[in-house]
Design a protein around this ligand. Structure first.
Ligand SMILES: N[C@@H](CCC(=O)N[C@@H](CS)C(=O)NCC(=O)O)C(=O)O
Length: 202
């Protein structure tokens, strides 16, 4: 199948990590788009114009990242990133939503902060900053129940943290959330995270 991504997207990184963690590193043939290419190339695949989006060999499109990750997880017989049933399933999906929500708030802070001072809204930055801090505090509390190897929940959380550092949002977080920082340093050594580390600003 073909996939569309940008190198820095935390949501696309979730999918890339999921394929590697499930032993399917070549499942998706990725096209890495620049910011300029994205509005041209993505809407025919995802009307929302967002990445990641994939096109299956049947021609059917799938988006967004939770849907694509669930699909990736359905294609292998190994240990599942999303437990198939029971309370574990809902805990993992809820944690994935927490990670995705953290990434969303980080995107909002980064986008607003990049605006010229005369159009920048300090209120937006503060409101989204409160969400960033709340998500970090929640994840810090949850570290003792994090799974190893990681589930889709921990993968989403780590991708959001990676994006946060990439954009320089909440730059002091490692000093304030020690358990989460220690866990994050460890998950970063997994090949799936090493191989998907964003390098260029895009
Ligand atoms: N909920 C979506 C979010 C995807 C998303 O916001 N992607 C960003 C890149 S990080 C994007 O493509 N933004 C372009 C736009 O909003 O037009 C997912 O999980 O895939």
């Amino acid at each position: 199948m073909k996939g569309y991504a940008t190198v820095s997207s935390p949501y696309a990184r979730k999918v890339r990590v999921a394929t590697i963690e499930t032993g399917q590193p070549d499942l998706i043939e990725w096209r890495m788009l620049s910011r300029e290419e994205r509005p041209e190339v993505v809407p025919p695949v995802n009307p929302l114009g967002k990445v990641p989006a994939v096109v299956l060999d049947s021609g059917e499109a799938l988006y967004d990242s939770p849907v694509i990750c669930a699909y990736v997880d359905s294609l292998h017989d190994g240990s599942k990133l999303i437990p198939p049933e029971g309370p574990d399933r809902w805990e993992v999906l809820r944690r994935e939503a927490l990670g995705d929500g953290l990434a969303e708030a980080v995107v909002a802070v980064a986008q607003e902060s990049q605006k010229a001072p005369e159009t920048r809204s300090q209120r937006v930055i503060e409101r989204q900053g409160v969400k960033v801090a709340a998500a970090l505090a929640a994840l810090e509390d949850e570290v003792p129940s994090f799974r190893d190897p990681p589930s889709m929940g921990e993968i989403a959380a780590a991708c959001a943290l990676g994006y946060m550092e990439y954009r320089g949002v909440a730059a002091d977080w490692r000093g304030r959330y020690g358990r989460l920082a220690a866990w994050y340093a460890k998950i970063l050594t997994r090949p799936s995270f090493v191989q998907t580390m964003p390098e260029d600003k895009a």
